[in-house]
Write a protein that binds this ligand. Structure first.
Ligand code: PHE
Ligand code: ZN
Length: 849
């Protein structure tokens, strides 16, 4: 257990480490309960660093021996590591420690998953492997020897000697310890080759447990596409002889970009048509790309300290989004990302956990792998690209790679390459990195005889993280439409820099309709007094696919808010407008499917709160039910036609075209189920030969309450497959009525297949409950209490996942006094747990503050 009083780490306290590491040699002698790790490290004084005591991080290690230049070291152990007396010049440190991978349930450091050894070192896991300066600005070349009797023993870099009971690896690229990895076990490879554009051959292997060989082909193709794309679009080539990916079942996150040895949560890489949905395939393609792209943005150029996390994550998310846009549909990807940002990042940015894209303090860095750092961090790069233009963006990135290859960098370094390339002053733009909060942009307009004026006001709510927000640079992409639907001014980008700013458009024949924030050109909330007629007009005519979708989304939002808060009836203009879009067979089915997606219930609750109305989760649930029923009835005649149109005859492929059809087909089936009581869904379930169709049918049957036979049949069919059973756990909770959701979740935690040590299963169950808005926020507090019970149980086992899942409570102050009292009691119960981890303590304290 860690110290009771957590320390706050400050960006402003950064000091370079006093030594440089010329090389690191590690030997692992593997044993489940007593692995020995021997290290030999060549230290030389760092001329650029202030004088300091010699300190190495180390946690949960048993020190066997330590020498400096061959003589026993004079060490002093602390709870966080050790200090030692060292000579003035260069010296060699040698140590041997013992660790216990079999008992490592936190899944940080060296641990075991299904009999296989694996590591997770980001952010600060290496200190659980040996004593080391475990900070990202300390980079070194590593040589690794693994001793054990396992058939496959892997580490970073290129393979070296291999023999009976040992394997050696050498990584020629200097790296920080967080990119170290080791895997050993009975694994089989799905192998392939890639030749880089300069002719360098690379062996590619995807390592899995025997039995999973049939789920590798898609991931391998995604890897090869990623390698080609990074060469073509960013000019980045791979730089080792091998690229290994390993799938592990127990993993806290999606995947990890360790140099030459990426480790993946099996849910983020294994795929087959029978067991994975279209959405799984798309996510896997994106994550493979993301981790691969880190080889340059993260590994070759890494972060100086963990405050700079967005330097690698924002940029790599931005790059993987570009990749997905190129591989699939760019408009669909942009809409999906906007939905995701509103669902995950906006609540974070307006609640107690708000922090800048580059935070300036933290207690536990694991708690800052957030939607703000990742997704808002990517949005900030998108804005930068919009502001400087594609050519300057490319030039700036070339300069970034040239200038900083091999370095550990900061956001200042990143912005400087843009300033040097373009001559722009990015001082104000930098506020996107240093200020928390989502700017709200209010728009007003004036029309005077051919002259149209748009006035924008920006305002960001003060928060603990940013008490006095200053105006930001907001790229506002817009177009103007004529009342007949023609575009009179094509898309242009206005730069809003002041708190209030007007833009004038002259010589217009008639008052235009503005199409604002095209392509979601900035992560802001747009507040514009708009009429139903105007929104319906844009839904019918907007020439920009994003704002056209947004118009439908805004209509849905408005009618749902009126229904939930005022008991209004569904808005006919919305129903008619959606019907017209769905009828238009020239529109991509995936795009039409997105038109049917309603704002999430949590998003609606947040919007009500912004308007000063206390959200009632039951009323919101009811509004959504009523609107969906109204849609089903309104579209009654169209639904069978759409179902036929989305039918796929060809053999299953996860490509964008087929997936788009199935997405629309799935949305149509949900509506049909409201009319036929589940007949069509039961028929689809009976003949489904892929997981997308099987799961969408099962979801419909559950929500119709006609699911008993199928829920059991699904379990019997798939009980051998952990990833499919995760879906089975989650779906029953997600599709339950508000009254049934908490009891269903509770019953599933008592199912023999529930296992809290497996993060995927825990998330599938408790995460699904947290995502059920009306269920989790049940008025009697039962949802809060159940989640708190399980977080308290999980914390000693796996603090990282516990802390991450505690964010379900971050919106608790939105709701009424009764719900708040229940939420507070649940949070205080967690906070009062003896021995609570640093991770969870920090989160619960911030949420309660
Ligand atoms: N760096 C990983 C990624 O984004 C995420 C991760 C962080 C994984 C911490 C494990 C632990 O790709
Ligand atoms: Zn990443």
């Amino acid at each position: 257990m860690r110290d009771a009083a957590p320390q706050t780490i400050l960006l402003s306290d950064y000091t370079p480490f006093g030594w440089q590491l010329e090389k690191v040699e590690l030997t692992f002698i593997l044993a489940p309960r007593a692995t020995r790790v021997k290290s030999r490290i060549a230290f030389v004084p760092n001329p650029g660093a202030p004088a300091q005591d010699f300190f190495l991080h180390g946690e949960e290690l048993t020190l066997i021996s330590a020498t400096i230049d061959g003589t026993p070291a004079d060490t002093h152990l602390t709870s966080e590591g050790l200090t030692a007396k060292v000579p003035d010049g260069a010296f060699t440190w040698e140590a041997e420690v013992e660790i216990d991978p079999a008992n490592n349930t936190a899944l940080e450091g060296l641990y075991m998953s299904n009999g296989m050894y694996c590591t997770q070192c980001e952010a600060e896991g290496f200190r659980k492997i040996t004593y080391y300066p475990d900070r990202p600005d300390v980079m070194s070349v590593f040589s690794v020897r693994i001793e054990g009797d396992l058939p496959v023993m892997l580490s970073n870099g290129n393979p070296g000697k291999k023999g009976d009971g040992f394997a050696e690896w050498h990584d020629p690229w200097p790296k920080p310890a967080y990119l170290f990895a080791l895997v050993a076990g009975e694994l089989v490879a799905h192998s392939d080759h890639f030749t880089t554009r300069s002719g360098k051959p690379v062996d590619l292997n995807l390592w899995v447990r025997p039995g999973d060989e049939g789920k590798c082909a898609f991931g391998m193709e995604a890897l090869k596409k990623s390698m080609t794309w990074d060469e073509e679009v960013y000019g980045r080539e791979y730089d080792l002889d091998v690229f290994n990916i390993v799938a592990v079942d127990d993993f806290n996150m999606g995947a990890m970009e360790n140099k030459g040895l990426n480790i993946f949560n099996s849910s983020a890489v294994l795929a087959s048509p029978e067991t994975s949905t279209d959405m799984n395939f798309e996510r896997i393609e994106a994550i493979i790309a993301h981790e691969y792209f880190h080889n340059w943005t993260g590994n070759r150029i890494t972060c100086r300290d963990w405050f700079q996390l967005c330097l690698k994550e924002g940029l790599t998310v931005f790059r993987d989004a570009q990749f997905t846009s190129d591989m699939r549909s760019a408009p669909v990807k942009r809409i999906q990302d906007t939905i995701d940002l509103r669902a995950r990042q906006f609540p974070e940015d307006s609640g107690p956990l708000a922090h800048p894209v580059r935070p300036d303090h933290y207690q536990e860095i694991n708690n800052f792998y957030t939607a703000t750092v990742y997704e808002k961090g990517a949005e900030v790069i998108g804005m930068l690209k919009t502001l400087v233009g594609d050519d300057a963006y490319k030039a700036a990135l070339d300069l970034y790679f040239d200038r900083h290859d091999g370095q550990a960098c900061t956001i200042e370094d990143w912005l400087k390459v843009f300033e040097d390339t373009t001559g722009r002053d990015l001082t104000q733009f930098k506020r996107w990195y240093t200020q928390a909060g989502t700017p709200r942009v209010t728009v007003s307009e004036a029309w005077d005889d051919g002259t149209y004026t748009l006035t924008f006001r920006q305002e960001t709510k003060p928060s603990a993280a940013t008490p006095a927000p200053q105006p930001q640079v907001i790229p506002m992409a817009l177009g103007l439409l004529n009342p007949n639907g023609d575009e009179v001014r094509p898309t242009e980008v206005l730069e809003i820099t002041q708190a209030e700013q007007s833009f004038v458009f002259e010589d217009l024949a008639s008052k235009p309709v503005p199409s604002l924030l095209r392509g979601f050109s900035a992560p802001v909330t747009l507040d514009r007094e708009s009429t139903t007629e105007e929104r319906a007009f844009l839904l019918a005519h907007d020439t920009d696919s994003f704002t056209r979708w947004e118009a439908g989304n805004a209509l849905a939002r408005q009618t749902l808010l009126d229904m939930a808060a005022k008991g209004a009836a569904p808005e006919p203009a919305y129903l008619d407008g959606i019907q017209a879009v769905l009828r238009d067979a020239s529109l991509d089915p995936a795009y039409r499917a997105l038109m049917l997606a309603l704002p999430t219930q949590s998003d609606l609750a947040g919007t009500l709160k912004d308007k000063g109305i206390t959200p009632d989760p039951d009323a919101i649930w009811q509004a959504v039910e009523t609107l969906r029923q109204a849609l089903a009835e309104h579209l009654q005649d169209l639904l069978p036609r759409l179902a036929a149109e989305t039918h796929v005859d060809a053999p299953y492929s996860p490509d964008a075209e087929q997936a788009g059809k199935r997405a629309l087909g799935g949305a149509v089936l949900r509506l049909l189920t409201r009319l036929d009581g589940g007949k069509a869904a039961a028929a689809q379930y009976a003949k489904a030969d892929n997981m997308t169709l099987q799961l969408s049918a099962l979801g419909c049957l559950i929500s119709a309450g006609k699911d008993e036979a199928e829920v059991q049949a699904f379990y019997d069919q798939w009980k051998h497959d952990r990833l499919v059973i995760d879906k089975w756990f989650g779906l029953q909770i997600m599709q339950a009525t508000p009254e049934a959701s908490v009891p269903t979740a509770k019953a599933l935690t008592e199912h023999p297949d529930f296992n809290m040590k497996n993060p995927n299963r825990f998330r599938a169950t408790l995460g699904a409950l947290a995502g059920h808005h009306a269920g989790f926020h049940a008025a009697d507090g039962s949802g809060y209490a159940l989640l708190a019970d399980w977080l308290i149980r999980l914390d000693p086992v796996n603090p990282q996942t516990t802390a991450r899942m505690s964010t379900a409570f971050q919106t608790w102050t939105r709701y009424d006094a009764g719900r708040q009292a229940h939420a507070r009691a649940a949070l205080e119960r967690i906070a009062a747990t003896p021995g609570l981890s640093r991770d969870t303590t920090e989160m619960v304290q911030r949420i309660l503050a």
